[in-house]
Each structure stands twice: as C-alpha cells, then as structure tokens.
Design a protein around this ligand. Structure first.
Ligand code: GDP
Length: 294
C-alpha cells in the first residue's frame, strides 16, 4: 500500500531538494507531478485538486522562495498538509458508559473480523469487551464471530440461528450483558452487497434502540473511491462516528485513505492490516504521512 505513491513523491521531492534556488515554475511543475501521482493512487479528483492548490499557495510564499533550503521547506509543507488531510490528530473512541460500538458496513468489508480485532485491542487496553452477533442476514457470520470470540477469549452473545428480529436480539444481548461484567459492547451488524433501504431501516432501528456513541463504518480500502462513496452514504443514512479502513495491507493504491476524511468529514480511527486478529492498528495520520514520505 502506498508504495507506488511513495516512490513517485520521493522522486519529485528529491528533484526539488537537489536544486538550490526554486522558481515559481519549478514549484508549479512539481505540484503537477504530485497531483498526477495522487490521481493515479485513486485519490478523489477534487480532493487532489484542492490539496495541491493549498500546498502550492504556501510553497509559492516569499518565505519558501527566499529560503536557503526551499526544497526542504516544501517537503515540510507537503507533509503537514498531508497529515491534516489524513485527519490531523488521532481520533479516540468515545467509551463513556454505557459504551456501545455499532459496527456497520457492506458484506465482505471485514465487519465480523474487525469486531473481533477491536475487541482484542480493547481487552489489551485493560477493558472488558463483550461481542454481540447482530448479523442476522448472513447466518455464517454468527458462527464466525463465535469462533473468533473463543479464539481471543471474549464473551459473545449469539442469538437463535432462525431469529430475524434484530431489536429482539439487541434486547436479549443487553439483558445478557448484565450478567457479564463487561465495560464495552461491540455489535456486529448485517451488511449487504450494496446499501439498500431494508439495511438502512434495520440499522436506523437498531441505533435508535441502542443509542451507541460509536457507529464505526468498516470500509474496504481495496475498493478505492467506492469505499469513500459508501462511507458518505452510510453517514447520511445512519450517522457514523468514524471509519475503520480494512485491507490496508493489500496492494490497493491507497487513495481511499487520503480522500476519506476530506469527503466524509469523519475520522479514520483504525486500520486493518491483515487477516489475523492482531493485524489491527490505530490510524495515526502523522505517522502515516511520515511513512508515505519515506
Ligand atoms: P464482513 O462480511 O464485513 O463481516 O467481512 P468479514 O469479516 O467476513 O471479512 C471478509 C474477508 O476479508 C475475510 O476473509 C477476512 O479475513 C478479510 N479481511 C478483513 N479485514 C482484513 C484486512 O485488514 N486485511 C486483509 N488482508 N484481509 C482482511
């Protein structure tokens, strides 16, 4: 992930750094190259355009042009704006009691896996997570969550396999939770191949009942711009508090990560970086910006 983009950026900036004095022309040309590299990485068109114009405006300032190391200054401007684009500071989870996290997203995005990954992470932080299987649409999801929960030794609530009423399941789960001594509940919900009215209605009802302070959208970064559009639609429909971007370990070009915050206005809180339960990281914009610049 990001390798190709990183290589391209490195090339452009090496060239800028190598020149003693920079003209406006040099900067303009470099920024055109960077913009193309961003578009190739599948960054949203208007995000790339606005981002580049803000870097260019600052880079064209007297302070940079007259400095003895203009190339270096431009790299710094770029890096800081990149971290800002990725979301600035790392966004924490809202876990004041009753701490409830609703995991939503399309089928195959990684919801069930991510529910377990998040549970393990919270457990390692000293919290007592409880998992709840609320995906009644894909019956195998219940077994999958049960297996993962066993693997990480986290209590899990599973409904009857033929139960279809998600509110009923949520009610049973809250009752069950009273006996579990947990401190945070994670609800794995149903997805679809595409967002449809039935799914939205189900999630709205569930959220109305649970009033979860965290609604995390699990989005597959390998689907590029589609992931960003999906995030926007879920947010409009049910209101999300943050995003988990999965499959960042794959060879996706990375544009989704760069456009997500700017297009949705919601922070990326975590990233999935592999199939194993431990392959899960807090999303730290600063660190990622550094990594992308090599
Ligand atoms: P759900 O339908 O949204 O619940 O998706 P699942 O949790 O069943 O995940 C779908 C597939 O994606 C599974 O094969 C997971 O192992 C895989 N997966 C989930 N997250 C990641 C990730 O961060 N990296 C990789 N490589 N695979 C992932």
């Amino acid at each position: 992930m990001f390798n190709q983009l990183s290589d391209k950026l490195e090339g452009v900036f090496k060239n800028l750094r190598g020149q003693g004095k920079l003209s406006e022309r040099n900067i303009k040309d470099a920024m055109t190259e960077v913009r193309l590299a961003l578009l190739e990485a599948d960054v949203d068109y208007s995000v790339a355009r606005d981002f580049i114009s803000s870097v260019r405006d600052e880079a064209m300032g007297e302070k940079v042009l007259k400095s003895v190391t203009p190339g270096q200054q431009i790299v710094k401007i770029f890096r800081d704006k990149l971290a800002e684009l990725l979301g600035g500071d790392q966004a924490p989870l809202e876990l004041t009691p009753p701490a409830r996290i609703l995991m939503v997203g399309l089928n195959g995005a990684g919801k069930t896996t991510t529910s377990a990954k998040l549970a393990l992470r919270l457990k390692k932080e000293g919290r007592r997570p409880l998992l709840v299987a609320c995906d009644l649409f894909r019956p195998a999801a219940i077994d999958q969550l049960e297996t993962l929960a066993r693997e990480i030794d986290v209590p899990v609530f599973t409904p009857d396999r033929d139960e279809k009423n998600v509110i009923k399941v949520a009610k049973q789960a809250l009752k069950w939770a009273e006996t579990q001594n947990g401190t945070v509940m994670i609800f794995d919900t149903a997805g679809r191949q595409e967002i449809d009215d039935a799914l939205i209605r189900e999630l709205e009802d569930l959220q109305k009942f649970l009033q979860a302070k965290e609604v995390l959208l699990v989005a597959d970064s390998a689907t590029g711009q589609q992931a960003v559009n999906v995030a926007k639609r879920f947010d409009e429909a049910v209101g999300i508090s943050g995003i988990v971007l999965t499959k960042l370990d794959g060879d996706a070009r990375g544009g989704a990560a760069l456009s997500m915050r700017s297009v949705t206005g919601k922070p990326i809180k975590f990233s999935g970086v592999g199939e194993k339960i431990a392959d899960f990281e807090a999303f730290v914009p600063d660190r990622l910006a550094d990594r992308m610049l090599g």
